[in-house]
Design a protein around this ligand. Structure first.
Ligand code: TXA
Ligand code: MG
Length: 319
């Protein structure tokens, strides 16, 4: 069922059921963190490996104290300016947070999402929820209620429809476990903005191995069913794959002289935020077409362009 009824969403969560929630980054698949069965059902619904920990979502910074052992000063400073917003902070967890949520880690990732319907639902519920992106494990994250309905509709009690996600990329994850803040996942808050809010450049440790600190960073992730290839030259790649049905995923150029069977230009104006917002829905549309390959451009490595490249790289077909 899809709707905008926050009281209904809260009551399903209260009963331990799964509810898809809108956020400014992507839609989440939410369950109460204090019911083991509810948390386990998230992993089952997504077909997600149990070693991949969940992000806890709160409605107010005052909820944080009970969930963590200590809140370092730089984290306080960031939260005060960035929440609600597209940044997740990693802390040492308190006993209140179950090992199921953190996959046995002694740390917990927490964020306050910026969406009025979800904040209202959490306030009505009165307790935090765990929520990964509401897609089957390994697929592109959802930025619309219809995306969730299509893939997980039968597995959730309710989809709270909050319209299109305004940012369109998952949150940036910043660890405050060590003295220096460290980015573990690029996302909806750019490194430039983060540096500005922290007052110092964070360390960046984006893992690409099979046993990473942030397992969302597994090699194959965010992938379309049709193989996607990220390339520095669309023209050279189109030439190389001549004779195949090709679809285009580009920043601002349309390459309209080439024979595309599908084409998504994310921002004709070359606006990186607009491109990020449009990215995942465009990947899904291309995946519904009949191309043999999707050719995706490299984006300029500035602002959200870095996170877009990260997602396209992980979505890229491995030969
Ligand atoms: O924007 C977002 O963050 C969205 C919305 C729904 O809030 N959520 C999201 O969740 O992207 P998910 O499950 O797709 O990605 C969460 C990632 C995990 O894969 C892992 O990399 C990292 O967060 N994570 C969570 N808890 C962690 C922990 N204790 N230590 C290290 N990484 C953690
Ligand atoms: Mg995800």
């Amino acid at each position: 069922m899809i709707g905008k009824d926050t009281a209904l969403a809260a009551s399903y969560l209260q009963q331990g059921k799964l509810v898809a929630i809108p956020t400014e980054t992507v839609y989440g698949l939410a369950a109460r963190i204090d019911l083991d069965e509810a948390v386990l059902s998230i992993f089952t619904a997504k077909n997600r490996p149990s070693f991949d920990p969940l992000i806890v979502h709160i409605a107010d910074p005052s909820w944080l104290g009970a969930l963590v052992l200590d809140i370092p000063e730089p984290a306080k400073k960031l939260m005060a300016q960035a929440w609600p917003g597209p940044v997740t902070l990693l802390f040492k967890k308190s006993e209140l947070v179950s090992d199921l949520v953190t996959s046995g880690n002694d740390t917990v990732a927490i964020r306050m999402p910026n969406h009025p319907l979800t904040l209202e639902t959490l306030r009505l519920l009165g307790s935090p929820v765990a929520a990964p992106s509401a897609n089957p494990f390994g697929y592109v994250s959802p930025t619309q209620a219809a995306h969730v309905e299509k893939q997980l509709g039968e597995k959730v009690a309710y989809i709270l429809d909050g319209g299109e996600s305004g940012i369109g990329l998952e949150s940036t994850i910043v660890s405050f476990i060590d003295a220096k803040p460290c980015v573990l996942r690029l996302g909806g808050m750019s490194l430039e903005e983060l540096e500005d809010l922290l007052g110092e450049a964070p360390a960046v440790n984006i893992s690409t191995h099979s046993n990473p600190k942030a397992p969302g960073q597994l090699d194959t992730h965010y992938a379309t069913g049709i193989p996607l290839l990220q390339t520095r030259s669309i023209r050279a790649a189109a030439e190389e794959f001549k004779g195949k049905n090709l679809a285009l995923l580009s920043f601002s150029e349309s390459y309209s002289d080439l024979p595309w069977v599908g084409s998504e230009v994310l921002s004709r104006e070359g606006d990186m935020k607009e491109a990020a917002q449009a990215l995942f829905a465009a990947m899904r549309r291309l995946d519904e077409g009949n191309a043999d390959f999707i050719l995706a451009e490299f984006f300029p490595e500035i602002g959200l362009g870095r996170a877009i490249n990260d997602r396209l790289q992980r979505a890229s077909h491995r030969k």
